[in-house]
Design a protein around this ligand. Structure first.
Ligand code: HDL
Ligand code: ZN
Length: 419
């Protein structure tokens, strides 16, 4: 590149924007499934409108009893949400504006605002067609699922030998109840034929390790994952620390799998909202610090839910190379937070981070969640390059491509030791 510095910077920024817009993504945490999982894969207009983010936003404009809403059919719920969040008020939140982006990218006439027109446009589409089109538009090549063996619908697919017919999808073994609801986990495990009791006996430890091993192998899981409340502490003289030290970490190490910690949830602060009733809470990063120090050869994928924890988590990743910070999770998956977090993550970690995952629950959300994130991540990266240009250091297009591939895909696969 030659010519005045300002021209070269402008040219670089356009290159970054173009490559960021088209770079294939590995989406390393979602709640999506391939078609063989049937109804577990949510897609279509009414599922998009009854996404739990939109349910909670709708109740801000209504005094109706929660149960009146829950007694409606899904179509009636969708109509109510459409009226509240799109007709009576402008759809400017991340989740509402994202739906308009989806409709527009999928070729629907967003000017008509006609919900039945949108439903009719997709009425004859198959889930396979929608899956192919959405992944193509979103430029998402690989999707990592959230797989819970205690979910009967999900378990049925795996126990019938299924779960791996679509090579675009990968499994992550999710074990929340082992750590957060042990009495329920004991009951579920007993029902699955594992000889466990609530007391942490040697036989129970062996059986939990057997459960983890069998499901890691059955799913070919890329990592083991758990969400934890903000008051998660480690090490403590408690069930969680014993489960982590004597079952989860030993099995993860035996299979060279990362353990993904998603910390800072306060579940069901408003149970009347059901899935929409969870809240964020500040967490204690020293728990992650203690785990990394105790297990330097165990890899930890870590994301936290409170904004207040983000900077210290990025600093922690500078101290422990067995931590990989990932994503702008849940309430942080809004453009202002993605920008803020991506900026100080790149300033503290360079490109050694996984800046985003989608956390999608409904298929078509891949389109807006990744379009918004790509743009922001690209623009922040371009700003970092601009600083170099002003010091006489020019990046080549190949180097921009490499850095974006690291951020959008390669860092994940390298960290988990695959590819
Ligand atoms: O626990 C999780 O994996 C969270 O992502 C929850 O599923 C949450 O309800 C969600 O959908 N966040 O986007
Ligand atoms: Zn999630």
């Amino acid at each position: 590149m030659h010519g005045p510095l300002t021209d070269r910077i402008a040219e670089m920024k356009e290159t970054v924007r173009r490559l960021a817009r088209t770079m294939p993504v590995t989406d390393m945490h979602t709640h999506l499934y391939p078609a063989e999982f049937g109804e577990l894969l949510l897609w279509g207009v009414d599922e998009l409108l009854t996404y739990h983010y939109l349910i909670s936003e709708s109740f801000r404009w209504s005094e109706v009893p929660y149960d009146d809403f829950w007694s409606l059919t899904k179509r009636e719920q969708a109509n109510w949400i459409w009226r509240k969040l799109f007709m009576d008020h402008s759809p400017i939140s991340e989740a509402t504006s994202g739906l308009i982006t989806i409709f527009n990218r999928m070729g629907l006439n967003t000017a008509s605002r006609d919900l039945d027109e949108y439903r009719a446009a997709w009425a004859d589409r198959t889930v396979e067609q929608q899956l192919d089109d959405v992944m193509r538009i979103a430029k998402v090549n690989e999707i990592v699922m959230t797989n819970d063996p205690f979910d009967p619908q999900e378990r049925k697919v795996w126990l019938s030998g299924g779960g791996k017919t679509d090579s675009r999808f990968y499994a992550a073994l999710r074990i929340d109840s082992l750590l957060n609801d042990w009495p329920r986990a004991v009951s579920e495990l007993q029902g699955l034929g594992y000889q466990v009791v609530e007391a942490w006996t040697e036989e129970t430890k062996d059986e939990v390790r057997r459960f983890l091993t069998e499901w890691i192998v059955r799913m070919d899981a890329l990592y083991v994952a758990v969400s934890l409340p903000g008051d998660f502490g480690y090490p403590l003289d408690d069930h969680r620390s014993r489960m982590i030290d004597e079952a989860i970490v030993p099995v993860c190490r035996a299979h060279a799998l990362p353990f993904a910690l998603m910390i800072g949830v306060r579940r069901q602060v408003n149970p009347l909202l059901r899935l929409a009733g969870d809240m964020s809470m500040r967490a204690d990063a020293t728990a992650v610090e203690a785990l990394c120090r105790r297990y330097p050869d165990q890899k930890f994928l870590v994301t936290m839910l409170a904004r207040e924890n983000q900077h210290e988590l990025a600093v922690l990743a500078r101290k422990f190379r067995n931590v990989m910070v990932f994503g702008c999770w849940w309430f942080l998956h809004i453009e202002s937070m993605v920008e803020e977090m991506t900026r100080f993550r790149l300033e503290l970690l360079g490109t050694a981070t996984i800046p985003q995952h989608s956390d999608c629950r409904v298929l078509e959300q891949l389109i807006y969640k990744w379009e918004h994130s790509r743009t922001i991540i690209g623009d922040v990266l371009a700003d970092r390059y601009e600083r170099l240009y002003r010091e006489g250091w020019q990046v080549t297009e190949a180097e921009i491509q490499r850095d974006l591939e690291d951020l959008f895909s390669r860092n994940f696969w390298t960290f988990i030791g695959r590819k």
